[in-house]
Design a protein around this ligand. Structure first.
Ligand SMILES: Cc1ncc(COP(=O)(O)O)c(C=O)c1O
Length: 392
């Protein structure tokens, strides 16, 4: 019988198109039984077949075949060499941040996801890691923020919720000149639209809860690396913190991944139409969408992505309009999270970004009239009709 291990290096499916890679995964079928749907290896430990057993499977905190299939699939999709599937996006952020040591300096995107900001502020700062937030669309501002101790540049692009775009290649070049790791949170665009390793990033991470899983039914996080040494450091940390994604949840993400390409195409198409419709509504003062040709960083978007994704933020004329929208929507649900098949809307000031200091939020434009919409894959006419009714 073929061992799972036999598939490790000879079945990378590198020559397939992305749409085929997501469907067929890494091993794809079960190497033991041929099961088309990769099995959920629901076990905590593994039998040693002999004292010399080199199967690689010992204890599920360290390795599990279902989690491994997800990790290897993500390596194929992102173009990395090692991946770690963990039990939330924040576990992925925390895993990456564990590479920092006291007195190291980290630079991060200024309107970063609130949880990542909280990790920096409440976990790293107390242990003596220095940090500073920078508008990473502004390369000169990044250069000014660099210190001799800068060890990491943490990019979210597009940013959440202001949809700013950072030039991954330029930032990676700067990061490598100073010996800093360049990390990209690729949650919003996924490897379907953006492959940060192609532009020099060292580490790519995801909240797999969002587009990768895609159905608002699982929490997951993934870290992908190219470099062996970084991979080994993260592996040790994984063994210690025990945050590895369980087999059932790994399978749910693998299942979601199979339709990633189709879903991303539809999210993108719908978001373009919804963003343009919002722009024409008299109660909408500003729409933030990376697919607009007059977006400040449109040229960077065109250079490093093949699509715009499904995320839109918009400002309305008053808090009363915010209330009306959130109370009147019927198809679009007022809920945190994003990237699932269902359209969701949130109010960053009171939800996703409440951890960010008020004056910082105001300076970034995250005001009480800002809403963030994750455009789902429903019929776009229904999404627009729902917004139209709510904005009347
Ligand atoms: C860009 C981004 N990164 C990371 C996270 C954290 O992911 P999770 O909620 O799966 O822990 C989120 C959550 O919304 C996010 O939007």
């Amino acid at each position: 019988m073929k061992k799972f291990d036999d598939y490790k290096d000879n079945d990378r499916k590198e020559d397939l198109k992305f749409e085929s890679k997501v469907v067929h995964g890494a091993a794809g079928t079960d190497p033991f039984t041929g099961a088309i749907s990769f099995p959920i290896y629901q076990t905590a430990t593994f039998k040693h077949f002999s004292i010399e057993d080199k199967s690689g499977y010992n204890y599920a905190r360290c390795i599990n075949p279902t989690r491994e299939e997800l990790e290897r699939t993500m390596c194929i999709l992102e173009g990395g060499n090692r991946a770690f599937a963990v039990n939330s996006g924040m576990a992925a952020v925390s895993l990456v941040m564990s590479l920092l040591r006291p007195s190291d300096h980290v630079i991060y995107s200024d309107d970063i996801y609130g949880g990542t900001f909280r990790c920096i502020n409440e976990v790293l700062t107390p242990i003596g890691v220095e940090s500073c937030s920078v508008n990473l669309s502004d390369i000169e501002a990044l250069k000014r923020a660099i210190k001799p101790s800068t060890k990491m540049i943490f990019i979210e692009t597009p940013t959440n919720p202001m949809m700013k775009v950072a030039d991954i290649q330029k930032i990676s070049d700067i990061g490598h000149d100073i010996g800093a790791l360049v990390v990209v949170d690729n949650t919003f665009l996924t490897p379907y639209f953006q492959k940060p390793f192609d532009f020099g990033a060292d580490i790519v991470l995801h909240s797999g809860t969002k587009y990768l899983g895609g159905h608002n039914d699982v929490l997951a996080g993934i870290v992908i690396v190219k470099d062996r040494d970084i991979g080994e450091k993260l592996e040790i940390q994984m063994y210690i913190n025990g945050a590895g994604l369980g087999p059932m949840d790994s399978w749910v993400v693998l299942r979601g991944l199979k339709t990633l390409a189709l879903r991303m195409q539809r999210h993108n198409e719908n978001a373009i139409k919804v963003a343009n419709w919002l722009r024409g509504n008299p109660k909408v003062e500003k729409v933030y969408f990376v697919g607009f040709e007059d977006h400040k960083d449109y040229e960077v978007t065109k250079k490093q992505t093949t699509g715009f994704g499904g995320m839109i933020s918009f400002k309305v004329d008053s808090t009363q309009t915010v209330n009306n929208i959130l109370n009147r929507l019927r198809l679009i649900t007022f809920a945190e999270s994003l990237g699932g098949v269902e359209s969701l809307i949130t109010h960053p000031v009171t939800r996703t970004h409440k951890e960010i200091l008020e004056e910082v939020r105001e300076a970034l434009g995250i005001t009480d009239t800002l809403l963030r919409l994750s455009v789902g894959i429903e019929d776009v006419d229904d999404i627009i009709a729902d917004l139209d009714r709510a904005l009347k």
